[in-house]
Design a binder for this molecule. Structure first.
Ligand code: CTP
Length: 444
């Protein structure tokens, strides 16, 4: 008997998949199909899969072509499967030509001609509609955003607006976008959603106008510089059924989500302390250190440690103390430490643009602690440690690229599923973070 194996995501099963399965089946007399798990797809950067794993397995089963269906869960699994199932032939579409030649040492490898003109990516676009995004602002992060958006197949970055038309025009050219619009209203007329990446003090106005025009909003952190403004924006979004999401990339990354689940599932017992630090030495002459309203360490970096504290301990501390060290030659906080007290826990968030320290995260529990090394806000390595070091466990999750793809992927799936709330970063958490950032000495 000749045994064949093939793998795929098989999202929104289409003719191309079926033809591939038919040919793989005919190449032998027993076919095993590996369907990728959600987690594995996420790990390899496939962020917008439409059907659940159960649906995708069921669709492959219904073709009647697979003798056995398995789930592909990790990199390197193909090597194990080929040996475990005594496979004679590994077959896959020609879009992978050359990629799996290394399996030749275990079995025959065959690349089957891919069916032209059909793909899951296209089907997803037709089914859910592509979210057309307009960018507001042309700074460092806006540039990174355009690159990161290429990894999210459900969105298309179309146009750009900036206060200075010449800058927007150059940005449009650099990134081959559709239009650099002369006015913000022109931009709003031509897109479904905006990504706001302008200086902090302008976020509120751009977000308010977008929501008023019926557009979804993804806004860089901090969302605004006052609690009232933040609450007002969320209320506007709620009333109109629009998505308003604050772009704290850490909140949506797989590593950070894993960290929260591990910490909250009793792995280290009851959480008694959270200490998070984020420092980035930043010289003079930049927006962050300008002394303008909204500049400084707390407004620039505070969202990250406060997010971790909110997710792990909640948004209702009994006491908050904010200590800032203002550099002698400036008005911005070179370093700020926020100390929070909860009923049964304490926390600190330390941020600095004018001092350097270890950027790690520590969570103390009654049975052990979690240590996330720097840069913890790009959560990748999670160490569960205890009294007995031989029982320590390490989890590793990839943090891909700049991480903006994770927030964008969440944003687009919220829009497509018409769900206005994300448990990963909800209104309460945003408002909590805002209430503390408002203590910045630069906010006037
Ligand atoms: N395949 C094919 N012809 C197509 C599309 C896919 O032969 N038009 C093959 C792929 O080469 C692979 C298998 O079907 O061997 C599963 O592919 P998958 O990645 O799940 O499908 P795609 O449509 O390529 O998905 P996406 O657009 O998300 O990459």
């Amino acid at each position: 008997m000749s045994r064949v194996i093939t793998y795929g995501t098989f999202d929104l099963l289409h003719d191309g998949h079926i033809r591939l399965l038919e040919r793989a089946r005919n190449a032998g007399n027993y076919l095993i199909v590996g369907v990728t798990s959600e987690r594995y797809d996420e790990r390899r950067g496939k962020l917008s899969v439409h059907d659940s794993l159960a649906e995708r397995i069921e669709n492959v089963r219904k073709t009647g072509l697979a003798d056995k269906i398995i789930v592909e869960e990790y990199e390197g699994q193909k090597v194990d499967d080929i040996q475990r199932y005594s496979i004679d032939l590994f077959a896959i579409g020609s879009d992978w030509t050359g990629h799996f030649d290394y399996l030749n040492q275990l079995c025959k490898v065959q690349y089957l001609e891919r069916t032209a003109g059909v793909s899951s990516t296209e089907s997803r676009a037709v089914k859910s509609g592509i979210v057309r995004i307009g960018i507001v602002g042309t700074g460092r992060i806006a540039n990174r955003f355009v690159q990161e958006a290429k990894f999210v197949s459900s969105v298309s970055v179309e146009h750009v607006f900036s206060r200075r038309y010449e800058t927007a025009s150059k940005f449009r050219q650099t990134h081959s976008l559709g239009l650099a619009t002369k006015t913000y209203d022109d931009l709003l007329d031509q897109i479904d959603a905006v990504y706001i990446a302008t200086p902090h003090e302008s976020h509120y106005d751009y977000a308010r106008r977008a929501l008023a025009a019926g557009r979804h909003v993804l806004c860089e952190k901090p969302l605004t510089l006052s609690c009232e403004e933040t609450s007002q924006l969320y209320s506007m979004a709620d009333i109109s059924g629009l998505v308003l999401l604050e772009g704290i990339k850490t909140a949506f990354s797989p590593g950070f989500l894993r960290l929260c689940s591990l910490a909250q599932s009793g792995t280290i017992g009851e959480i008694m302390a959270v200490d998070a630090t984020f420092t980035r030495l930043t010289g003079p002459g930049l927006r962050e250190t300008s002394g303008d309203s909204g500049s400084g360490s707390l407004t620039e970096l505070g969202s990250y440690p406060l997010l971790a504290i909110a997710r792990l301990l909640g948004t209702e501390p009994t006491q908050v103390i904010c200590d800032s060290i203002v550099a002698s030659d400036s008005t911005v906080d070179a370093l700020t430490r926020v100390s929070l007290k909860y009923e049964r826990a304490v926390a600190t968030a330390t941020v600095a643009l004018g001092a350097k320290s270890e950027g790690d995260l520590r969570i103390a529990g009654t049975k052990g602690y979690i240590y996330v090394p720097s840069p913890w806000w790009k959560t990748s390595r999670i160490e569960i440690r205890g009294e007995d070091a031989s029982k320590n466990v390490v989890y590793v999750e990839p943090f891909q690229g700049d991480g903006l793809r994770y927030e964008l992927s969440e944003f687009s799936s919220m829009i497509q599923s018409k769900s206005t709330h994300s448990y990963k970063l909800n209104r309460k958490t945003s408002e909590f973070i805002q209430s503390i950032i408002s203590m910045s000495p630069t906010i006037r």
